[in-house]
Design a protein around this ligand. Structure first.
Ligand code: ATP
Length: 361
């Protein structure tokens, strides 16, 4: 068993990112208080749009080095509409982290929380519990910063699918499905693509089939992305693990978050072979920043993903148990019917949601 002390790089970022990370640190401090069997040491790092405005750099080399040396990275959100690079693009060092740390597996769990609103009236919507796995280092995003403008008459961005990354992504997807199956899940992986039109997606699907054949204990199927979007509204309770390309995953994960009450409830993890970044799926929400209205739940659930990942990776069962405790406290807080964040139509701000969760730890 490894030393059960973990160094966590905190990158609050901008807007409500700062608010939800502050709330999350309070929850994590409570979780590790009183002989929990693991310890977290935080290293708070500055990066993002405000940092760019103040210093001319979105994320310094030193900050990147410290983040890369940490056992895990917990990030709030980064970017601000009015602060942009000279070429007009937004400040998004969190995307650079995904590329530079090779975080190919974007894990987006979608689970209906007790007591919180779901978008669909069908009673089965309360059973929604699936994971969207978004490849996060290539696909159409490989063209980020490299797109081609031909005069003022044409623009091109090229999609990249590689065998190496796809194999690791699909193996990750089947590993996830196996873990979920062990906890009562369906053990099913669906490859979401557009293999009927694009050569790159036909290649993606071919590699998926090759890797699926190595997992006879799990079932596998394909779905075209357009039909998948339709079924995400028609029968999302049937999904288990969905695996897809970067851009499709970007779009579908927002749609999926809408099923379970919105971005304030949607956690995420971007995982590679050596590093991982955990952050809520939402952005900096400039419209509500600084008002204490941000829902910190997605960040709490992201922190639970972080604790589970650290615990499993370093064989520290106490951290895995803490992840389950945190998820249980979130469920209990909302299940009580006494807490309702603003984005769920209630009047509970960041502070009272945080207090409700801490009270149940
Ligand atoms: P990005 O492009 O970085 O994803 P965005 O500005 O498109 O960001 P978000 O910031 O994710 O989108 O959120 C869109 C809207 O959803 C926000 O303006 C805000 O009103 C609401 N929202 C997002 N996250 C939360 C949250 N945690 N709590 C409450 N409301 C939220």
């Amino acid at each position: 068993m490894k030393n059960s002390s973990f160094r966590v790089a905190l990158m609050p970022g901008d807007g409500i990112g700062v608010e939800v990370i502050e709330a999350c640190v309070a929850v994590l401090e409570k979780l590790q208080a009183g002989g929990s069997g693991f310890a977290l040491a935080f290293d708070c790092l500055e990066a993002g749009a405000m940092h760019y405005k103040a210093s001319g750099t979105a994320m310094s080399d030193e900050t990147f080095r410290r983040a890369a040396e940490a056992d895990a990275i917990l990030l709030g959100a980064m970017g601000w509409p009015e602060i942009r690079y000279p070429d007009g693009t937004e400040i998004a060092p969190q995307l650079d982290l995904r590329f530079r740390l090779e975080l190919y597996a974007g894990v987006r769990p979608i689970r209906a929380l007790p007591g919180m609103p779901v978008a669909l009236a069908d009673p089965r919507a309360r059973d929604i519990d699936f994971v969207l796995l978004r490849e996060s280092t290539e696909g159409l995003f490989a063209s980020r910063g490299r797109g081609e403008l031909i005069g003022d008459s044409e623009a091109r961005d090229t999609q990249v699918i590689t065998r190496g990354v796809s194999e690791r992504l699909f193996d990750f997807a089947f590993g996830l499905a196996a873990d979920r199956k062990a906890r009562g899940g369906k053990g099913h992986v669906t490859c979401v693509d557009k293999a009927n039109v694009f050569r790159s997606f036909a290649f993606f699907r071919k590699i998926f089939d090759e890797r699926a054949a190595r997992h006879p204990g799990l079932s596998a199927s394909h779905h075209y992305v357009d039909a998948c979007a339709l079924d995400m509204i028609r029968r999302p309770w049937d999904f288990d693990v969905l695996v897809t390309e970067n851009m499709f995953g970007d779009i579908l994960s927002d749609l999926a978050a809408g099923l379970i009450g919105g971005m304030g409830f949607a956690p995420s993890a971007d995982v590679g072979d050596k590093h991982a970044v955990f952050q809520p799926s939402h952005g900096t929400a400039p419209d509500i920043a600084g008002q204490g209205k941000a829902n910190p739940t997605a960040t709490f659930l992201s922190a639970a993903l972080m604790l589970r990942w650290l615990g499993e990776r370093h064989a520290v069962p106490a951290a895995v148990a803490a992840a389950a405790r945190l998820e249980g406290a979130v469920d209990a807080a909302f299940g009580s019917g006494t807490v309702r964040p603003f984005d769920a139509g209630g009047r509970d701000g960041t502070g009272s949601v945080t207090k409700a969760v801490i009270d149940r730890l």
